[in-house]
Design a protein around this ligand. Sequence first.
Ligand code: GRF
Length: 201
Amino acid sequence: MMNIAVLASGRGTNLQAIIDAVKTGKIKAGISLVISDHKDAGALEKARLAGIKAIYINPKDFPSRESFDKQIINYLEKYNIKLIVLAGFMRLISPYFVSKYRNCIMNIHPSLLPSFKGTRGIKDARDYGVKVTGPTVHFVTEDLDAGPIILQKPVVIEHGDTIEILEGKIHKAEHEIYPEAVRLFVEGKLKIEGRAVKINE
Ligand code: GRF
């Protein structure tokens, strides 16, 4: 069975959606590790509750991004990890890390890429006035939020949606498409052609 690692800095609701999909057998792989750069991340707690090894790595213990990433890679190698899932991991991945695991690192972003890259994807879309937004799962490359797109799900911004309502809708959509993208990867159904991802179901 394929070993997966999840990297998360926050609450870990996407992590939980993936844990649930493994439990129900939708994803036929194992989550071996959850790694966080925040000691108090809800994601670490969710991992422990699910019986998954939860590791906190303090970025302050490392002189550079690359040396921090090398510590992560030590764990990934030790556990023979084949897929790395970034789920609200709020740090840039070094080019070294990307090249070592090319096309094996996924991220979820809360807007329809390539629109509204960066850390405020939900608010920026709303402020811009677009009528449709929604999450994107993509492979991670050296360029921020710019890798090949795996899945997207449109979310309509309705008149009167507060930012909280919109966040709720987007998170719900994230919890649908992220486990699905992981499943497709695990089953070998994703083929990258140029910058497009073809799904061979
Ligand atoms: C999600 O909104 C995701 O799009 C962004 O970070 C958030 C993570 O939420 N990259 P959670 O920790 O999975 O609840």
